[in-house]
Design a protein around this ligand. Structure first.
Ligand SMILES: *[C@@H]1O[C@H](CO)[C@@H](O)[C@H](O)[C@H]1NC(C)=O
Ligand SMILES: *[C@@H]1O[C@H](CO)[C@@H](O)[C@H](O)[C@H]1NC(C)=O
Ligand SMILES: *[C@@H]1O[C@H](CO)[C@@H](O)[C@H](O)[C@H]1NC(C)=O
Length: 170
């Protein structure tokens, strides 16, 4: 048992794991309707995920994306599970929808003010159950937490957007 643990430790040191990298490339807000502190909207998000590892591939088994504004959740959606090879970059496109979500008064007021200025500062969270694959060995599930902020939500396509980097924790 100890030997097996030690073997894994040695392997782990040899493969030298590096943190996964996430960015949000685009964030658009469609079908926006904020009426009486209730929000309906579709968030059109393009994310990019990069695996910088030379020896580790990653299974993303359960991927959930949440859009927040201030400290309130606006919308959720799940992405298809995927396998990410070594040095691979994968694009993810998700469209979480807020369906008549009751907003706190303050959140609603702030959102309205930002909306009238033309763009909204969102926060995007991604949570995934991931497994690492090194050669034929596969790790157990770990929870990957990705937090991207601020993400500028635009109401018109064609405006320039600077990719937002994300904090990644595992
Ligand atoms: C916006 O939402 C309100 C309340 O749900 C609804 O009455 C109104 O028709 C909606 N407006 C548009 C343009 O969809
Ligand atoms: C998002 O999903 C979580 C857990 O599934 C749920 O608790 C929460 O109410 C959802 N939020 C929205 C805005 O749909
Ligand atoms: C990453 O992997 C996906 C799925 O296997 C593949 O479609 C894509 O072309 C790969 N991208 C790069 C940059 O290697």
């Amino acid at each position: 048992m100890v030997l097996v643990g030690l073997a894994f430790l040695v392997i782990w040191l040899v493969v030298h794991p590096r943190r996964l990298v996430f960015t949000v490339d685009d964030a658009y807000i469609d079908h926006y309707n904020l009426t009486k502190d209730h929000l309906t909207a579709t968030f059109d998000l393009s994310l990019r995920s990069f695996n910088p590892n030379r020896r580790i591939a990653v299974y993303y088994d359960d991927v959930q994306v949440t859009v927040e504004y201030d400290d309130q959740d606006l919308a959720n959606s799940t992405a298809e599970p995927f396998f990410q090879g070594r040095k691979n970059e994968t694009k993810l496109h998700v469209m979480p929808q807020a369906q008549d979500v009751a907003l706190r008064r303050r959140v609603s007021r702030n959102l309205r003010i930002e909306r009238s200025a033309g763009a909204v500062q969102l926060k995007v969270r991604l949570r995934a159950k991931v497994r690492y694959k090194v050669g034929i060995w596969k790790s157990r599930h770990r929870t990957l937490k990705v937090y991207c902020a601020p993400v500028l939500g635009l109401f018109r396509r064609g405006r320039t957007f600077e990719s937002s980097g994300c904090d990644v924790e595992i």
